[in-house]
Write a protein that binds this ligand. Structure first.
Ligand code: NAD
Length: 420
């Protein structure tokens, strides 16, 4: 099996290594295994944007479809300086396993633009988004590929994408994206979905470990859509959130933070830093603080060979995609740390995106209570299936989750056969 050098990146190598390992365990047919290793299609686009200073800057963007075998593709859009083709392709592959694991009729996709959204004005971000949407137009659509928010993008980004797509069609096409504002066809509960899904996964994890979620000490790296919501909901459940961080660094108080007041502080100042009665702490130190539950919810490769033996948490719930390297995985497993893997722990986002898509296609919208109870049902079922498989096979939760997701995608390839 030859490596495709154009996808070369740390995360892609990791994703391939995970696939190869699990393919062996599943005894996948070699032909199907080989097909799973390659994205179905990948598009690279140049995005010229007239910046506020009058100069034109050209950004690079990507949209990758990993697998279309189980349905239209689904995956977020990331604005970050670390974005490259290999990373986007790896994330698209993870989306294939994630959607299959939780039983959604989707293949995996991902998009990204290499940029620093925090250094851009709203006008610049809007122009970037609209031109990017136009450039990837041939790959997206409500029954083709449906983007959603990810690192550095939000509801507003999705509204611009939907508007740009709709303008070219001469009609409103809300189903082209999920994670939209409510007023233009978004779903109740979508903003909270990923964080809420983490809480449901943690309910189950603490239950099977014979513990209670209440009173657990929690540390969260990344106070954005995923980490911020997870912190708030866990705090409301009676957990003690002792540390959180954002891109500029973290804050710490061993007695716990008042998350409501912290949210008001972030709204007023733009970051968690300087919150009263806290000590500043770096993004690396925060991972090693004493706690029961650690939620890395920012970027990839945060738990590595060089810090995994200093992690104090007994449960790691991966809010971010790919926050733990394979070397760290082994160390954490040997130390008895329960790692709830990304494709399970953060699946709440794509689950409620699916609900949003279904509601939009039917022009019939559900109450938030219906969304959250269906989300809880899907997360609980997925967690328990993964836990049972891990116990039966004597493997960790990541291996079990990958086995379940990859097996289903492979099954799709098998029954559909190879065209022509
Ligand atoms: P976001 O942009 O809303 O928040 C990201 C947070 O991480 C912010 O607090 C930011 O300041 C911080 N951050 C950014 N770069 C950092 C760095 N280099 N070091 C430390 N902190 C940094 O993004 P999000 O939507 O919350 O996504 C966070 C992670 O969760 C990503 O890995 C994403 O792929 C994953 N994820 C998101 C969703 C979703 O629905 N939004 C779903 C599944 C997985």
């Amino acid at each position: 099996m030859t490596e495709k050098t154009e996808f070369e990146s740390h995360l892609y190598r990791t994703a391939l290594a995970q696939l190869d390992r699990v393919a062996g365990k599943l005894q996948l047919e070699p032909d199907i295994h080989e097909r799973l290793r390659h994205p179905r299609r990948a598009l690279i686009v140049s995005i010229p944007v007239r910046m506020d200073d009058g100069k034109t800057q050209v950004f690079q963007g990507y949209r990758v479809h990993h697998s279309t075998v189980l349905g239209p593709t689904k995956g977020g859009l990331r604005y970050d300086l670390e974005v490259n083709l290999g990373e986007v392709t790896a994330l698209a592959m993870l989306m294939s396993w994630k959607c299959a694991l939780v039983g959604l009729p989707y293949g995996g996709a991902k998009g990204g633009v290499t940029c620093n959204p925090r250094a851009m004005s709203a006008r610049e971000r809007e122009h970037l988004t609209r031109r990017y949407t136009t450039e990837i137009m041939l790959l997206i659509g409500p029954d083709l590929d449906i983007p959603a928010p990810d690192l550095g993008t939000d509801e507003q980004t999705m509204a611009w994408m939907m508007d740009t797509y709709s303008m070219t069609q001469g009609k409103s096409v809300p189903g082209v994206v999920t994670g939209k504002p409510l007023i233009v066809g978004g779903s109740a509960g979508r903003r909270e979905a990923t964080g809420r899904g983490i809480v449901y996964a943690l309910y189950q994890a603490t239950r099977v470990l014979g513990q209670q979620l209440r009173d657990q000490k929690v540390v969260v790296q990344g106070f954005g859509n995923v980490g911020g919501v997870a912190a708030r909901l866990l705090w409301r459940e009676g957990c003690v959130v002792t540390g959180v961080s954002d891109v500029k660094g973290g804050i710490w108080n061993a007695k716990g933070l008042d998350i409501r007041q912290l949210e008001a502080h972030v709204a007023a100042t733009g970051g968690v830093g300087g919150f009263p009665d806290t000590e500043p702490i770096s993004n690396t130190q925060i991972l090693e603080q004493p706690c029961d539950i650690l939620i890395p919810a920012a970027i990839g490769s945060q738990l590595r060979e060089d810090n995994a033996d200093r992690i104090k948490a007994t449960i790691v719930a991966e809010g971010a995609n790919g926050p733990t390297t394979p070397e760290a995985d082994v160390i954490l497993r040997d130390r008895g740390v329960t790692v709830i893997p990304d494709i399970l722990a953060n699946a709440g986002g794509v689950i409620v995106s699916y609900f949003e898509w279904v509601q939009g296609l039917q022009y019939y919208f559900w109450r938030e209570s219906e969304i959250t109870s269906r989300l809880q049902e899907v997360m609980t079922r997925a967690f328990n299936r993964v836990w049972a498989l891990a116990t039966k096979e004597g493997v960790d939760l990541r291996t079990a989750a990958l086995m379940e997701g990859i097996r289903r995608v492979a099954e799709g390839y098998k029954v559909r056969g190879l065209y022509p």
